[in-house]
Design a protein around this ligand. Structure first.
Ligand code: 2F8
Ligand code: CA
Length: 215
């Protein structure tokens, strides 16, 4: 019987081994991809199911009215049953809240009505981080009503009822300056953003804020 020289035989076995290796590798990649796709599919089914169960009429709950479309993000590892955080489409997430910039020019009370019709309030600012976040996405040429106003006698009140903390404010220099200016606007006066008291009957753009929606 004719036998292949051993060096040829070794070369052939090495080639076959490489082929098997690459086949196995391709199959592993395919299996992992299928598993990942299946996981995403199941996760999206769960979210859709939750949305449908919570909102049998295809609408979000009462507090989150008028949002036909939302964007959701995974909150990372599941530590509770709240896995997804969502904001209505065209709102910007920051921390546990969503923010909407209204470019309509409206009186302060109309601005608040507009926010509340969307299950939100005019912007309430609680920290320098939040003030910096929002000012980074506003246009420097405009003023924006926020949810702070004075019902009289310089008693500043946040629209959501949270206490006004005089240690966490971002008034422009020499503001507030006029008892007849009972509403507050967020405005850029070179070189800084800050708050200015302004008559509530002036028309401004505005910012709404609402809690993220969790599923
Ligand atoms: O100089 C600050 C001052 O500027 C304006 O008044 C001249 C603002 N009022 C209006 O824009 C109506 C004040 O609120 C502001 O304090
Ligand atoms: Ca003022």
């Amino acid at each position: 019987m004719h036998r292949a020289p051993s060096s040829v035989f070794t070369a052939l076995s090495a080639e076959t081994g490489k082929g098997v290796y690459w086949t196995l590798r391709l199959w592993s990649v395919a299996v992992v991809s299928i598993l990942l796709l299946s996981t995403c599919f199941i996760a999206s089914c769960v979210v859709t199911y939750q949305l449908t169960m919570d909102n049998p009429n295809g609408r979000l709950s009462e507090r989150h009215t008028n949002h036909s479309s939302i964007s959701c993000w995974s909150e990372g590892i599941m530590v509770s049953d709240k896995v997804w955080s969502c904001c209505p489409m065209n709102w910007t997430p920051f921390g546990s809240n969503c923010y909407f910039i209204s470019t309509d020019l409206t009186f302060w009370n109309e601005s608040e009505e507009n926010c509340s019709s969307m299950g939100a309030h005019l912007l309430v600012i609680h920290s320098p981080e939040e003030q910096n976040f929002i000012t980074r996405i506003l246009a420097t040429r405009a003023g924006y009503f926020i949810g702070l106003r004075d019902p009289g006698h310089r008693q500043w009140r946040w629209v959501d009822g949270t206490p006004y903390n005089a240690n966490v404010t971002f008034w422009h220099k020499d503001e507030p300056n006029n008892e007849e200016e009972q509403c507050v606007t967020l405005v850029y006066w070179t070189p800084v953003w800050g708050w200015n008291d302004l008559p509530c009957s002036y028309k401004q753009k505005s910012v709404c804020k609402m809690k993220k929606i969790y599923f």
